[in-house]
Design a protein around this ligand. Structure first.
Ligand SMILES: O=C(O)CCC(=O)C(=O)O
Ligand SMILES: [Fe+2]
Length: 359
């Protein structure tokens, strides 16, 4: 465990996803156990098969090779429209404090000819890949994640007893899936821009599911749902939530699994039956490499709470995922060229015209 953190180490429940989700009794049992794990621990694991594990291993190799390059090379991978690309250590903010990982963010790679890019939708543009091999490896890894994400949504649909089995997967048609390739520096080798021992401050992530693969070093802490603790990150930022207290679970690194956490939009859709999972990262005595993949709704989707997940005060207005995502990027990267261009071109004003109620 990272030094100077107080937390309880936990072993997570691990599931083997079926080849296909058919709605069988076994699927239903697994689905209900997943929902129970979200409600108890906020997180569970899925096992990778040998071919998926090989894809992950290749991706780790390619990620490390990129991060070994000089800063001046990495810093060229920036795009002023999409927020994708390289983020240096100390560039990202969580709760106003600088985070320590260097990151390569993969976001939907859209050519200038794409109609959304031409209409200047915020966050839409090319992904500034360092090279073709990096792009191919990350795309391959993300396609396995996307397949797992869809199966997980189908299982959640079953477990929640939703009448329409496409209730969740229809939201992810051309989903805004993205991934952060992260490298956390060693505890004693930071540039001093952040807080000692803090890798990333506590936060929740924005969409439906977060599927992460970490190496053997360890650093992830998760907050299990605790009675009386409430948050709605799409209304008021939850960044920094309870960061300094002791009620955190330390996620022991396990090879060849993906950890699965819930995102803000899953909380919103289920009227907090499943809550987005607060988590934070501590720096360890060795550098740590991680992939965090986000399985998301379509950027345009206007989400409404699922009718089966009853709430005393149903929200009829809905939440526009693309607005939530853009707000988060603007808050986390206020100094990035991309955020400056959004402001200079008043791109936030375009967001209402991107809303599609049909999702
Ligand atoms: O380092 C990790 O395990 C999680 C990273 C994370 O929370 C994020 O990238 O949003
Ligand atoms: Fe996160």
């Amino acid at each position: 465990m990272p030094p100077n953190h107080i937390a309880t180490p936990v072993d997570l429940e691990t599931f083997n996803l079926p080849q296909q989700v058919s709605g069988s009794a076994a699927d239903l049992t697994m689905a209900r156990s997943m929902i129970a794990a979200f409600r108890k621990e906020g997180i569970f694991q899925i096992q990778l098969n040998p071919s998926q594990a090989a894809t992950l291993s290749l991706a780790f190799g390619v990620a490390k090779t990129f991060f070994r390059q000089p800063y001046s090379e990495k810093a060229k991978c920036v795009d002023d429209q999409s927020f994708a690309g390289y983020i240096g250590s100390g560039e990202e903010l969580t709760d106003g404090v600088r985070d320590y990982p260097e990151i390569f963010t993969v976001i939907k790679d859209l050519p200038p000819t794409d109609s959304r890019v031409r209409r200047r939708w915020p966050c839409h543009g090319p992904c500034p890949w360092p090279n073709d091999a990096y792009a191919a490896t990350m795309k391959e890894y993300m396609s396995l994640l996307s397949e797992s994400g869809e199966k997980l949504l189908q299982l959640l649909t079953l477990g929640l007893g939703l009448r329409d089995l496409n209730s969740l997967t229809r939201l992810t048609k051309d989903g805004w899936h993205h991934m952060r390739v992260l490298r956390f520096p060693e505890l004693d080798h930071t540039n001093g821009k952040g807080k000692p021992g803090r890798g990333i401050g506590s936060h929740t992530d924005y969409g439906l599911l977060v599927l992460s693969a970490q190496d053997e070093v360890g650093g992830l802490f998760v907050r299990r749902p605790i009675a009386g603790e409430e948050w709605k990150n799409w209304e008021k930022s939850v960044a920094g939530f309870k960061e300094g207290d002791e009620k955190w679970s330390y996620i022991l690194p396990v090879p060849n699994v993906l950890t699965v956490m819930a995102g803000d939009m899953l909380q919103y859709l289920t009227s907090s039956l499943i809550r987005s999972t607060p988590h934070k990262v501590g720096l360890n005595s060795r550098a740590r490499n991680v992939f965090a993949y986000f399985h998301e709704p379509n950027f345009s989707a206007l989400l409404k709470p699922l009718p089966e997940c009853a709430s005393d005060s149903p929200d009829r207005q809905g939440v526009h995922y693309g607005t939530h995502f853009t707000n988060m990027c603007m808050r986390n990267y206020p100094e990035r060229i991309t955020a400056k261009r959004v402001l200079a071109e008043n791109r936030m004003e375009i967001l209402p015209s991107t809303v599609m109620e049909t999702f």
